[in-house]
Ligand binder design. Sequence first.
Ligand code: WTA
Length: 629
Amino acid sequence: MDERVDSFQKVDDVFYPTAETLEHARIKDYDAAYKESIRDRLVFWENAARELEWFSPWTRVLEWNYPWAKWYVGATCNITHNCLDRHLTSGRKNKVALIWVGEDNTERFFTYGELYRQVSRCANALKALGIRKSDRVAIYLPKIPEQTIAMLACARVGAIHTVVYSGFSAPALASRLEDSQPRLIITADVGYDRGKVIPLKPVVDDAVANSPFIETVVVVRREKGGPALSGPKELDWEDWLKREAPSCPAEVMDAEDPLYFLYTSGTTGKPKGVQHVHGGYMVGTYLTTKIVFDLTDDDIYFCVADPGWVTGHSYIVYGPLLNGATILMAEGKPDYPNPGRWWQLIERYGVTIFYTTPTAIRLLMKYGEEWPKKYDLSSLRILGSVGEPINPEAWRWYHRVTGSKLPIMDTWWQTETGMILVTPLACTKQKPGSAARPFLGIEADVVDREGKSLPPNTGGFAVITSPWPAMMRTIYKDPERYKVYWNTIPGCYTAGDVCRKDDDGYFFFMGRADDVIKVAGNRIGTAEVESALVSHQAVAEAAVIGKPHKTAGESIKAFIILKQRFQESPELIQALKDHVKHELGKIAVPHEIEIVTGLPKTRSGKIMRRVLKAKELGQNPGDISTLEE
Ligand code: WTA
């Protein structure tokens, strides 16, 4: 990460909220609300915390001992009290909390009352095993209600959950177990993926063989006549819960007690256990869910993430439950049994808020507009996107196929930040490809390496200049790696993303700083080139990397997946180069374009450019445990 980053992208369309969107919006005037929120940030975050229930109050809102933060100092609480108990007395006891739908359309419904009982049973079962405050519990489950129940049950007894995405291999699971040393792991016999049965228990057996600290393995059994369990170490979930009482008081936690570790891959070295806490994380996810998605009691909220990654933690489980929302959770992929799957679920359940990823949108674009057109999507009110910069082409498609009038919350944040930090709100104008401006109470900027604020339309580093409640507190067992986030650029939290702000202060994220390509003195963010390529009619997906070049320093190589009806030809390659030249200018034109049928992606859908680069240069790709296949 050295100098500034050049920006070549021009986006000139602007979309304004409709009267209907504005009418519903909780915040009507972003500028005024933002100004008020940062006039005294601590008062703002104190008022947010007061909307929730605490067992005992804080003495100070923030103790900031750079780079270590404590929020709601001295307060006690339990996040599950606010996810469950609070709703039982507020009229939501019989409201549906969770609608689960499987690949084969099996449905399961949980009211807040029922979720409370299930979580309590599981919490009591944890206690019966002697699991208590600060013990770690690993959760290696597919996207089923037991995953949510297990997370909440851990939090309820004060144990720290570490959810591992159920697509991870045995070695990837083992390294996460090794780091977090859980006493218990909760898994399932199988998961389902595009109609195929994916055995999970053998993966756990493999990983557990080398994890002597694991005392118990609990298995949710989904298949008839599944694997035989060998007691007393292996327990059947149903048997485990059967005798437990359906109520369990929430453990009194200090606001700073850890809630979970979630592993995120570093570029090199072992995955980092990002640590979040009960108090500040609760306030941050509560408020962002409420305001960004403009959530009210009538909404049906559908987020397609997996709780195996942070979006699932913050915006399927904690944020929505803290708000007493009705959550739709669907196991399965967007194109199974056909590419109308998600649109069909939106119609069937009357979804009003739909939160997905750019990579899923591009996948659905590939299949064409006829799929969304088959369904009645008129219940939708608010859309969301997360995980990568959404290229303007995908943004416009998403906007058009859902009726050309809905706001898209392009939410920028990270596992480490815990909550959404840069985002549009329902009341703000929208620019395709821009995550708009900082959330209320958040101070973000684009700076150079010295931390100096950059003028509009100059690319630099995205930073957060003051602490926020849901920020990670440390990297488990590795405080030095935590400090790097706050030491790279003086006085700021550095996200590792490159970005520019336009004249309106709108943030346009341009990719990861590590991926910036240096061509003849220009520093080019990957997102702009990829987005230019994807805006060509023949291109479904694109990834670009830099390769060493004798005179230019680096040259740009692009990997392209073509849309189904297009064929590779020298004319097409030339047309793509001309297109990028037209969109961005000569300097950003890829020197090489290779047509491929797949790209290496993380399980949450992000392109792993460093894997492409290592392969291209014949180098070691480093940690690839998060690679999809
Ligand atoms: C990228 C996911 C642009 C970014 C919540 C960030 C985005 C990384 C956006 C974190 C967005 C996420 N626009 N880039 N709206 N959202 N990113 O930890 O590079 O899986 O640093 O958290 O994803 O990924 P993570």
